[in-house]
Design a protein around this ligand. Sequence first.
Ligand code: PBG
Length: 323
Amino acid sequence: MFPIHRPRRLRNNEVIRRMVRETSVTADDLIYPLFVTFGKKTKKEITSMPNCYQESVDEIVKSAKEVHSLGIPAVILFGIPESKDETGSEGYADNGVVQQAIKAIKDTVPDLYVITDVCMCEYTSHGHCGVVKDGNVLNDPTLELLVKEAVSHAKAGADMVAPSDMMDGRVGAIREALDDEGYEMLPIMSYAAKYASAFYGPFREAAESTPEFGDRRSYQMDPPNRREAIKEVELDIEEGADIVMVKPALSYLDIISDVKDAFDLPVAAYNVSGEYSLVHAAAKMGWIDYDKVMMEVLVSIKRAGADLILTYFAKDAAKLLRS
Ligand code: PBG
């Protein structure tokens, strides 16, 4: 009790604060998302996500080099194909944009760890994450396409695949197929607890993946649910997930914390597009300090229990951590 206890003693100067600091963010924790598009010499800024671009393969390679030089260990790739169809066939084409980008990055920056997002929504004409029939997104027929996509990424040289579609049973289906094809050492990071969130708005501009009709609430989780996240994560672990992800991050810090407490696998959190855009917009208005808010966002996600953070802030954070 006061005056014996004075917690302020350990906050008195930066040295002691550094010594008792419980959480730190380093470049090693970060994964940077990249958007690959078709064509050549294309680098188009995404209006709602400042400093993020849709880039053709030649440009992606330059970005990959930059990410690597900043000490960020990994990227996650999203594709914007030239043409879309009902079954998202560009998603599993041998010469699809992501498949080309994987090869090009691994050829030039072999040490950069390449993760791929496995999902149909960027490749389907209707923008849903699976096969659509009579206005419904079908689960089991979608698994076949996801499996093909994951295997094609593996063949192109991906280091890890990350299914983000939220179909039931996809981790097991992908694991089995990868093993059959000889990729038993390729890890799966599952978007295990992925919520139907309005925070994905800017990403859908970036990936041109807004659903043409309806929404994703029949497959992504309902935001008010907490215990259900544990069930989703448990199922993915049983099916063979190596890393489990919670998405989005900021409005779901309780979920990150629950998952970290309940399981002993590494936990990833996706600091999504809307969370990035909010900070940029407010900073542009002069209402907040961009660097400080960015670091507070990232440290809060780690403090909640994330081991890895997928974030559009990765490059800015890595630069700041260096200086
Ligand atoms: C694909 C996918 C989405 C995101 C990552 N993978 C969008 C969605 O589910 O609509 C969102 C990422 C972000 O908002 O930064 N299914």
